[in-house]
Design a protein around this ligand. Structure first.
Ligand code: FES
Ligand code: FE2
Length: 403
């Protein structure tokens, strides 16, 4: 059975003691296109977004891209080996400067439209027919930089710069993640991008609690159901699950338990732990013993989201490690399939006249905590009814000004 949720510090007991109807977002917040546009601006573009890992662009001229809410970013390694992040918008007339999602530029980035040429560090180098421009300063027409923070090798960008650093935000999990040598990770396969017919918040609502695991995910439950716990580390939501050694009737789970080797980089306490932590608003990291995975949502519209995920691992050629990584993915794919209908049925419930919000278990505090964070950042999310069409932005401004 699940362990009872035990708050271990003040922040946790605060969450524990006050779960209530008022925490839960009203159904309109999952269905409003106007709100989704506002969320993109206020929650996503103003916060740290994961755009990749340094190991994906190991050589000078390698680049990767990340697009969201109309914005386009290119992250590229320059001749000195430094990584820079820029708007992938040519300073001439706005074309993409790099066209592929990922690739390599030799020495310079050349815009495919009219051939403006940029150094790998974003400076404009030269343009065709410079004499045909009345006034154009090469020096002030480099690609426009985007704020970049490299956190243990992971590349985070913030389109609207300013505010807390990511390292400060994640300070509470720093000690925990140190064992995993994240900056040395290498990609295991390419990025998965799937479009799902759900609101982005709903995907997290289902993901943010373990209360449904015994009922909805029997194989996951048989993997770690006896020792699973959701809590907070500082104010970072975490889940810790310990893989037991009991026989399982599920093939993948049973073999995973038996084959999982031990890992020199982990202390004894972490050898069989799956550790999840969330980075508001849209990202979850999972530190497994044998690899590291992230998954995140990107809103496309009120009822559509991208789910983006990728696995990384330290160099380890052992057969057991390869097997464990494969079995892990089989278990997680099964879990994702089991969630599909549940998310769909919740999404449908927003259109009914009796959507329930009163009965939340303490085991679901992660849902309430996520909603509370959302409302703190974007107070309009606390409204019971949708503001009149066209009034959302004005209402948001008023609420932020305390009116
Ligand atoms: S838009 Fe890039 S060179 Fe013209
Ligand atoms: Fe689930």
């Amino acid at each position: 059975m699940f362990k009872e949720y035990q708050p271990t510090n003040e922040a946790e007991s605060d969450v524990h003691g006050k779960i209530s109807r008022t925490d839960m977002l009203a159904p309109w917040t999952y269905r409003s296109e106007e709100l989704t546009a506002l969320e993109l601006e206020a929650l996503f573009l103003r916060d740290w977004l994961l755009a990749g890992h340094a190991s994906e662009i190991p050589n000078s001229g390698d680049y990767t891209t990340f697009n969201i809410g109309g914005e386009r970013a290119v992250l590229i390694r320059d001749e000195e080996g430094r990584i820079g992040a820029f708007h992938n918008v040519c300073r001439h007339r706005g074309s993409r400067v790099v066209g592929a999602d990922r690739g390599h530029c030799r020495r310079t980035m050349v815009c495919p439209f009219h051939g403006w040429t940029y150094h790998l560090d974003g400076r404009l180098k030269q343009i065709p027919s410079p004499g045909t421009f009345a006034q154009l300063e090469i020096a002030s027409n480099g690609l426009i930089p985007i704020e970049l923070e490299v956190w243990h090798g992971f590349l985070f960008i913030r389109f609207r710069s300013g505010g807390q650093s990511l390292a400060a935000r994640l300070a509470a999990v720093e000690e925990k993640v140190a064992h995993y040598r994240l900056s040395e990770l290498l990609p295991l396969g390419s990025r998965r991008v799937v479009e799902l017919p759900y609101n982005w918040k709903l995907i997290h609502d289902v993901d943010n609690e373990g209360y449904h695991v015994p009922s909805a995910h029997p194989s996951l439950h048989s993997l770690y159901g006896r020792d699973y716990r959701d809590s907070l580390m500082g104010d970072v939501p975490i889940s810790t699950a310990r893989v037991d050694k009991n026989v399982s009737s599920f093939w993948s789970v049973d073999h995973y338990k038996k084959l999982l080797p031990s890992f020199d980089h982990l202390p004894p306490s972490e050898q069989r732990v799956w550790f999840y932590f969330a980075v508001f608003p849209n990202l979850v990291f999972v530190l497994y013993p044998e690899m590291v995975e992230f998954y995140m949502t990107v809103p496309v519209s009120a009822g559509k989201s991208l789910m983006i995920g990728q696995c990384f691992g330290l160099r380890d050629d052992r057969r057991e490690t390869r097997a464990a990584r494969y079995l892990n993915q089989r278990i997680n794919e099964q879990t994702a399939r089991e969630d599909e209908n549940l998310v769909l049925w919740l999404q449908e419930s927003f259109a009914t006249s009796v959507y329930p919000r009163d009965n939340l278990s303490t085991l679901e505090f992660g849902v309430a905590y996520f909603h509370r964070q959302l409302k703190m950042k974007l107070p309009v999310l606390g409204l019971e009814m949708a503001p009149q069409a066209g009034h959302l932005a004005a209402r948001t401004q008023k609420m932020l000004n305390g009116a």
